[in-house]
Design a protein around this ligand. Structure first.
Ligand code: CTP
Ligand code: CA
Length: 228
């Protein structure tokens, strides 16, 4: 859709978007990260502003893109920082979109000095689990608040992409779960995206391969429909 055709159907809404991918430091110079670029999250922030949102806050984890003009951007590094900032902003948000790839685990005991190859480096890295921010948002949601989750799936021995995503939706019953197939040049670090959106009522909407800006508008179409 062209910019001129965008209707202000998010007028008055406060929107929180997380974008990018968290980093969990192993020592002062090394981290466990992921391939999320932040492009889909930033596209969602831009689209929300284009549709008249009263405010858009972006919690951006390690995003190497120009900030979205008109949005408030809060930079974070780790899952713990992302979690703290999200819980500050979420109580006043009407719509929360968790597009960020948040680390499930962090090093249990990060080294304070750079690990040297000739020191007695551990041959396994002990990890500890991070809290699930989206589950916490679900548990603390304020009346009328709409929650959108993302699920990046490759499929695997436990099931195909959609099967795994439906199971995830059952565990985290967000209003909308945007399912992306990732790996082998899909999803991360590319300009285009495609998705299936699972709605709380059981609906499933396919978004064909298109630019991340257009995918963002299709997702917000569903947000607006869901909020009616
Ligand atoms: N998420 C979160 N906090 C975490 C991990 C994930 O808020 N610690 C959010 C993501 O931002 C996303 C949704 O939960 O919106 C699903 O993330 P995903 O990694 O696909 O699902 P998990 O529940 O972590 O399951 P798994 O990684 O085992 O597939
Ligand atoms: Ca995960």
């Amino acid at each position: 859709r062209g910019a001129a055709a965008v209707r202000p159907d998010l007028a008055g809404r406060h929107v929180l978007v997380t974008a990018g991918g968290t980093r969990e430091y192993v020592d002062p110079v090394r981290f466990l990260g992921n391939a999320s670029s932040g492009r889909q999250g930033y596209a969602l922030a831009r689209a929300a502003l284009a549709r008249g949102a009263a405010s858009v806050t972006v919690v951006a984890a390690n995003v190497a893109l120009p900030e979205v003009a008109g949005a408030r951007t809060i930079g974070v590094v780790s899952a713990a920082e992302l979690r703290a900032r999200v819980h500050e902003v979420a109580p006043s948000a009407d719509i929360v979109v968790m597009a960020a790839a948040v680390a499930d685990f962090r090093p249990a005991d990060p080294a304070t000095h750079k690990i040297k190859k000739d020191s007695a480096a551990p041959d396994t890295l002990a990890l500890t689990r991070n809290p699930d921010v989206l589950s916490e948002l679900l548990a603390n949601r304020r009346p009328g608040q709409l929650l959108v989750g993302f699920a990046a799936e490759t499929g695997g021995p436990d099931g195909g992409v959609l099967e795994l995503a439906r199971a995830k939706h059952a565990r985290k019953p967000v209003d909308l779960l945007v399912v992306n197939q990732v790996g082998n040049g899909r999803g991360f670090e590319v300009a285009d995206n495609a998705a299936v959106v699972l709605s709380l009522g059981g609906g499933e909407t396919t978004i064909d391969r298109m630019s991340k800006d257009l995918v963002a508008h299709r997702i917000l179409d569903l947000v607006v429909e869901h909020g009616d």
